[in-house]
Design a protein around this ligand. Structure first.
Ligand code: 5GP
Ligand code: ZN
Length: 119
């Protein structure tokens, strides 16, 4: 299925609900998380409805590679300081016991200034 009418991220992809977009191309979209866990927290989301990382196939390798290679530049453009003093965390929650709440594959990128860390 390429779009699920009941899926919140498909609705964002289709422009039916708003999001603070930071990136878009023909196959993926990036937007700020509505309830950030870090000073910078955005999601990179394939436009096609893929329920989770568990459904990926070899045919998705280029798409996932694009997400992973875009994440560093988008992180810095959106407020993360660069590696090595800055940095960010990249997380893919998968399945209920993996903490996944929205069942449309998404990659979390979280970072930003953490004054309580030394250095
Ligand atoms: P999960 O737990 O599935 O890995 O993460 C889902 C994430 O999506 C959560 O961090 C949550 O705050 C975010 N989220 C859920 N609904 C919306 C929404 O409507 N808009 C945006 N921008 N983020 C959302
Ligand atoms: Zn979806």
């Amino acid at each position: 299925m390429s779009s699920d009418p009941n899926c919140i991220f498909c609705k964002i992809v289709d422009g039916k609900i708003p999001a603070r977009k930071i990136y878009e191309d023909d196959e993926l979209i990036g937007f700020h998380d509505i309830a950030p866990w870090a000073p910078v927290h955005f999601l990179l989301v394939p436009k096609r409805h893929i329920a989770s990382m568990a459904q990926l196939t070899q045919e998705d390798a280029a798409l996932m590679g694009k997400i992973m290679t875009l994440a560093p530049s988008l992180a810095v453009e959106n407020g993360c300081r660069p590696y090595p003093d800055g940095g960010y965390r990249v997380v893919v929650n998968t399945g209920v016991e993996g903490g996944q709440e929205v069942h449309h594959l998404h990659v979390h990128v979280m970072g930003g200034p953490r004054p309580w860390l030394k250095g």
